[in-house]
Design a protein around this ligand. Structure first.
Ligand code: AP5
Length: 191
C-alpha cells in the first residue's frame, strides 16, 4: 500500500508516518528530512536550499522530484508513505508517473484536518522542547517562518485536496485528536 500524508506544517505528518513505519513496516519518504540531510552533509544542493527552507518557502519542484525519484528507484517493493510530498500539482503529476514507472500505484491520501491556531502552538512548542532537551530547534520552527510556511501551504499545496478528491483517493482524518486517536483513525481508513 502506498499513501500520502497531507496537511499543513505541524499537522502531524511525521508523527503519524513514524507510527506507520513501526506498525506496518512501511517506508517513510519525507522530502523535508531528505532536504535537511542534504543540508547537514553540506552537499551543493543542501547549500542551495538552506536559505529557502529557513524562510519557510518551498524548494523547487525539480529538486524534490529528483529526491523522490532516487528513493523510488532504490526501493521498488512499495509500501511508501509520502510525508510532505507532493506539495504542488506539478509534484503530484510527477509522483503518478514515477509510481507507474516502478509498477506501483497510489492507494490513499490521508488529509489531516487541523486549524492554524493549533499549528502555531505545536511548532513553537516543538522548538521550545528541542532547546529544553539541550538540542537545537529547526531553523524554520518560529512564528515568522511558520507564517510563510502556512502561506505556501494555502497557495500551492491546498489545491491537492481537490485534485485527490477528484481522483477518489482522499480520506479526511481529524488531526486535532490526541496522537493515539489519530493513529487508530488512520489505521481504520487504511483497513
Ligand atoms: P517538512 O519537514 O515537510 O515540514 P512541514 O511540512 O512544515 O511539516 P512539519 O515537519 O513541521 O510538521 P508535521 O506535519 O510533520 O508534524 P509533526 O508530526 O512533526 O518541510 C520543511 C521544509 O522543507 C519546507 O518548508 C520546504 O522548504 C521544504 N520542503 C519539504 N518538502 C518539500 C516539497 N515537497 N516541495 C518543496 N519544498 C519542500 O508534528 C509537529 C508537532 O506537533 C510535534 O511536536 C508533535 O509531537 C506534535 N503533534 C503531532 N500530532 C499531534 C496531535 N495529534 N496532538 C498533539 N500534538 C501533536
Amino acid at each position: 500500500m502506498n499513501i500520502i500524508l497531507l496537511g499543513p506544517p505541524g499537522a502531524g505528518k511525521g508523527t503519524q508516518a513514524s507510527h506507520l513505519v513501526k506498525t506496518r513496516d512501511m517506508i517513510q519518504l519525507s522530502t523535508g528530512d531528505m532536504l535537511r540531510e542534504a543540508r547537514s552533509s553540506g552537499t551543493d544542493m543542501g547549500k542551495k536550499v538552506a536559505a529557502i527552507m529557513d524562510a519557510g518557502e518551498l524548494v523547487t519542484d525539480d529538486i524534490v522530484i529528483g529526491l523522490i525519484r532516487e528513493k523510488l528507484e532504490g526501493n521498488k517493493q512499495g509500501g511508501f508513505i509520502f510525508d510532505g510530498f507532493p506539495r504542488t500539482l506539478t509534484q503530484a503529476d510527477a509522483l503518478e508517473e514515477l509510481l507507474n514507472e516502478v509498477g506501483e500505484k497510489l492507494d490513499a491520501v490521508i488529509a489531516l484536518a487541523v486549524n492554524d491556531e493549533v499549528l502555531v502552538d505545536r511548532i513553537v512548542g516543538r522548538a521550545a522542547e528541542a532547546v529544553a532537551a539541550g538540542g537545537v530547534a529547526r531553523a524554520d520552527d518560529n512564528e515568522e517562518s511558520l507564517k510563510i510556511r502556512l502561506m505556501e501551504y494555502y497557495k500551492k499545496t491546498n489545491a491537492l485536496i481537490g485534485y485527490y478528491h477528484a481522483k477518489g483517493n482522499l480520506v479526511w482524518v481529524d488531526g486535532l485528536a490526541p496522537i493515539e486517536e489519530v493513529q487508530s483513525n488512520i489505521a481504520k481508513a487504511l483497513d
